[in-house]
Design a protein around this ligand. Structure first.
Ligand code: ZN
Length: 246
């Protein structure tokens, strides 16, 4: 789904726009350096789905050269292995995510608990994926005229990172599950979800300038995106926990 020139939504499930498989998170493509950066990989239950969307959008799959993961949860990283195998793209992640995704650590990414609880079907298969490039906290890399900074945003899970993507046109926060439209967060009863850390991450994100919010689920927003961080910050400042999408 073309959002505008250089920005596409190519996967999105039941917690979003029902573009691809119900379990997929929002997956965005950003034009960079004559190709595309992909942010997150969906659940991998329907590996063909994203290729159908790319075809509809007129995007040559081989031009998707980099995949950047926000965290290891299966709805964000489960599709990585198939994409890497089929496209030969470079997979990027923070160190904690890389350790779990490359090992296929189902308990680490809380997939074991999610299967036992019926959140994921018991026959869902997670495919471990080698991570080619591990980023340091706050590291900035350039892809042509696009700059990407990795920001540690733990809380929803211990390994969570977000990406601040600066293009000639926009300053975008690819927030994964750290911040959502309306100033919401994502709180789950999993081993590494930490409400205190979520609130600290809200404080950190509220210090960053961005105009576009591209979250892992629900609506994205193309203008005045800081208002969502400010709504979450208002809760935190009142010693309240921002509302959760879950
Ligand atoms: Zn998650």
């Amino acid at each position: 789904m073309r959002i505008e020139e250089g920005l596409h939504l190519v996967m999105s499930g039941g917690g979003g726009f029902d573009l691809t498989d119900a379990f997929d998170c929002n997956v965005f493509l950003v034009a960079a350096d004559g190709g595309w950066l992909m942010f997150d990989a969906g659940a991998g239950r329907d590996p063909q789905g994203v290729f159908d969307v790319l075809a509809e959008d007129g995007i040559d799959p081989s031009s998707v050269r980099h995949l950047l993961l926000t965290h290891g949860h299966a709805d964000h990283s489960g599709g990585a292995a198939a994409l890497r195998e089929r496209l030969g793209l470079t997979v990027h992640a923070g160190a904690a995510t890389a350790a779990m995704v490359s090992q296929g650590d189902e308990e680490g990414i809380s997939l074991g608990k999610a299967k036992r609880g019926g959140v994921y079907p018991p026959d869902y298969v997670y495919h471990a994926c080698p991570v080619d490039s591990v980023w340091q906290p706050d590291e900035v890399r350039r892809f042509g005229d696009v700059a990407v900074q990795m920001i540690l945003t733990p809380g929803h899970s211990h390994d969570h990172v977000s990406y601040l993507v600066t293009t000639p046109r926009r300053k975008m926060l690819v927030a994964g599950d750290a911040l959502f439209h309306g100033g919401k967060v994502a709180i789950q009863d999993i081993r590494d979800c930490d409400v205190g850390a979520i609130c600290e991450t809200v404080r950190k994100l509220a210090t960053i300038e961005f105009d576009t919010l591209l979250p892992g689920h629900h609506a994205f927003t193309l203008k005045h995106a800081r208002r969502h961080a400010d709504l979450a910050l208002q809760c935190v400042d009142r010693m309240q926990i921002p509302p959760s999408i879950i």
